[in-house]
Write a protein that binds this ligand. Structure first.
Ligand SMILES: [Mn+2]
Length: 327
C-alpha cells in the first residue's frame, strides 16, 4: 500500500466521523465530562463520533478519567492549544479586563475561535460548551444544512429576557438583539471560517479597538458572522425551565449563572446529576457543591448584577464598540 492510499483512507475516515469540539481548562474538566457522558449515551450506533478536547493543560488524573469516557463509536482526542501571536494577543487583552463586570475575562472563552485554523482536516464541526447536557443524537445537528452560512447558532434567550443586555447588543455590539446568537452551541462551517480568516479578523479587532465588552468572544462572533448565521431551533440550545421541558428538547445549556454544581434547586438539575453519575466525577462535583459557600453565592450574584450594570453603561455609546473592518 502506498503512502497516498493511506492518506486517502484517512481523509475518508475524517469525512465520515462527526467531530465535536469542547474547549476547556483543567477546572472545567468535571463539567465537560458530564457533557461527554450525555453525548456518548445518545449516539447513533451506526455512526462514528470524535470528541476533540482543546485545552491549555489538564492534569494527568483528569486526562486519564476523561479517556475512560470513550465508547465503541465515540473516540476522544486531546489537543493542547499552541502558543501563537493570536493567543498572546488574546491573553494580553484578557489580562486588562478585570473589572467587577468582567465575568468572561479568561482566554479559555476564546479557544473556540481557533478551531477552524488549528484543524484544517475538518470542513464542518460542532462546538459545545462544557455546561451542556445532550438529550438526543448530536449527529442530527451535524447533518443540518448550513445553507451557505458560516455558523449555526441559537438567538440568545438570556439577552431577550434582560432589557440592559438588549440595549447593549443593539448599541455597543451593533447587532439587532433578535439576531444576536449564543456561542455555547455552534455548527461551524470550518472551511468558510478559514476563508474569512476568522481568527485573524477577531484578533485584529481586539488589537485595534481594545474594546470593553460584556461577552467578548460571543460579541466578536456575532459581528464577524453577521448575516451569515443560520438560526437554530431552541431545542438545540435550551435554557433550563421550571417544570416539563418541551418534548423535543435535544440539548440543555446551563448558561451563565446558577449552575447545578453550585446551587440547590436549579431548574433541570436532575438531568445534570443523572449525567454526572456516569461522568466519573460525581463525587468531585458533589464536593464542589458542598464547598460552594454562602459567600461564593453572594459573589456570584454580585457578578451578575455587575455584568448587567456594565451592559447598561456600555449601551450608552453612540457608535458600536467593535467593527468588522476589511482585512
Ligand atoms: Mn455556557
Amino acid at each position: 500500500m502506498s503512502i497516498f492510499n493511506t492518506g486517502k483512507s484517512l481523509l475518508n475516515r475524517n469525512a465520515k466521523v462527526v467531530p465535536i469540539f469542547i474547549t476547556i481548562n483543567n477546572d472545567f474538566v468535571p463539567y465537560a465530562a458530564c457533557a461527554i457522558a450525555s453525548l456518548t449515551r445518545h449516539t447513533n450506533p451506526k455512526r462514528r463520533y470524535r470528541i476533540i478536547i482543546l485545552h491549555d493543560g489538564i492534569s494527568f488524573r483528569n486526562y486519564y478519567k476523561l479517556r475512560n469516557l470513550v465508547t465503541r463509536n465515540c473516540e476522544i482526542q486531546f489537543r493542547r492549544i499552541t502558543h501563537s501571536v493570536y493567543l498572546r494577543a488574546i491573553i494580553r487583552y484578557c489580562s486588562t479586563r478585570t473589572g467587577s463586570g468582567d465575568f468572561f475575562s479568561s482566554a479559555v472563552y476564546y479557544y473556540r475561535s481557533f478551531i477552524a485554523r488549528l484543524f484544517p482536516q475538518y470542513n464542518k464541526a460542532i462546538y459545545i460548551d462544557s455546561d451542556v447536557i445532550l438529550l438526543d443524537d448530536i449527529a442530527e445537528l451535524y447533518d443540518k444544512d448550513l445553507k451557505g452560512n458560516l455558523v449555526g447558532a441559537l438567538v440568545d434567550p438570556k439577552v431577550e429576557m434582560v432589557p440592559e443586555f438588549r440595549e447593549y447588543v443593539n448599541k455597543a455590539v451593533g447587532v439587532p438583539y433578535k439576531e444576536y446568537v449564543n456561542s455555547g452551541v455552534l455548527l461551524l462551517d470550518l472551511k468558510g471560517l478559514r476563508k474569512e480568516h476568522y481568527l485573524s479578523r477577531m484578533v485584529n479587532m481586539i488589537n485595534k479597538y481594545d474594546a470593553d465588552l460584556v461577552a467578548p468572544d460571543q460579541d466578536y462572533l456575532n459581528v464577524i458572522c453577521r448575516g451569515k448565521i443560520l438560526h437554530l431551533e431552541s431545542k438545540w440550545n435550551m435554557q433550563p425551565v421550571r417544570g416539563d421541558l418541551p418534548e423535543d428538547t435535544k440539548l440543555i445549556h446551563f448558561n451563565l449563572f446558577k449552575k447545578p454544581w453550585n446551587y440547590d434547586d436549579v431548574d433541570c438539575e436532575d438531568i445534570f446529576w443523572e449525567a454526572a453519575r456516569r461522568s466519573g466525577f460525581h463525587n468531585e462535583l458533589l464536593r464542589r457543591k458542598e464547598n460552594y459557600s454562602v459567600e461564593d453565592k453572594r459573589l456570584n450574584e454580585a457578578q451578575l448584577e455587575a455584568l448587567i450594570k456594565k451592559a447598561a453603561t456600555l449601551a450608552k455609546t453612540k457608535e458600536p464598540l467593535i467593527k468588522n473592518d476589511d482585512l
